[in-house]
Design a protein around this ligand. Structure first.
Ligand code: 13P
Length: 253
């Protein structure tokens, strides 16, 4: 199964930064790595980055989307608009959308459904808050997020769907789940996916780890058998560190 490495730029970047980043990625050999590479820049940079990234082996995605096709929804971007801009992927339910902007499981589900129906491929982000972790509720919370998003989804398949397990306390903090903890949660998520969909679906679904993935911890996390990639925030903003993470992907997967 090909590993999938995403770079989530969040609210960072500019046209100049994007072009410099992509030319540096190409110079460093992004076109010849073994993993699938997806960049999630701010919406405004998607057309530029899609064009400039095509020959660097990189696809682009939206960090979010709205579930309706068009209409009076000031500030929103529809799945078709993302596709029209050149994106082939989207994120649904990133922890900042859930916890800074109050997105519920129901909203995340609708976004996932709408994006997949439009033909985009989606990464469902799940993960527990520190309070939930300390209260021993990690499994309950992540299971609920996975089940709510996936149950009875019609257009979903292992080809158009990826899960990113991102413990919220590890995002942007320099803290990471230990490789053992990540492996344990990924195995549980795979079991839950098997229960909702099928064993075959779960076996073929890629599960990324996210939360302070850096060049110096990537190899250890990415070598775990249940970890099929990473969703990288801060370290994806510099071509050098992002390429170091891509190079840390073990060849056997
Ligand atoms: P950091 O890598 O900056 O912790 O961010 C992770 C993340 O939120 C990726 O979506």
């Amino acid at each position: 199964m090909k590993q999938i490495i995403g770079g989530n730029w969040k609210m960072n970047g500019s046209r100049l930064i994007a072009l410099e980043f992509l030319s540096e990625m190409k110079r460093l050999g992004s076109g010849s790595v073994s993993s699938e590479i997806i960049l999630f820049p701010p919406f405004t940079l998607i057309p530029l980055m899609t064009d400039a990234a095509a020959d660097a082996g990189i696809e682009t995605g939206g960090q979010d989307l709205f579930w309706l096709e068009k209409g009076a929804f000031t500030g929103e971007i529809s799945p078709a608009m993302l596709a029209d801009a050149g994106a082939t992927w989207f994120l649904a339910g990133h922890s900042e959308r859930r916890h800074v902007f109050g997105e519920t499981d129901e909203v995340v589900r609708k976004k996932l459904e709408a994006g997949l129906e439009t033909g985009l491929r989606g990464i469902l982000c799940v993960g527990e808050l520190i309070d939930e972790r300390e209260a021993g509720r990690t499994e309950e919370v992540v299971k609920r997020q996975v089940e709510f998003a996936l149950k009875d989804q019609k257009c979903v398949s292992p080809e158009n769907f990826v899960i990113a397990y991102e413990p919220v306390w590890a995002i942007g903090t320099g803290l990471t789940a230990t490789p053992d903890e990540a492996e344990r949660m990924h195995s549980l998520i795979r079991e839950w996916v098997a229960g909702i969909m099928s064993n075959d679906f779960a076996d073929n679904t890629r599960i990324q780890y996210g939360g302070s993935v850096k060049p110096d911890n990537a190899a250890e996390i990415l070598s775990r058998p249940s970890v099929n990639g990473a969703l990288v925030g801060g370290a994806s903003l510099k071509a050098g560190s992002f390429m170091d993470i891509l190079r840390a992907v073990p060849l056997r997967k």
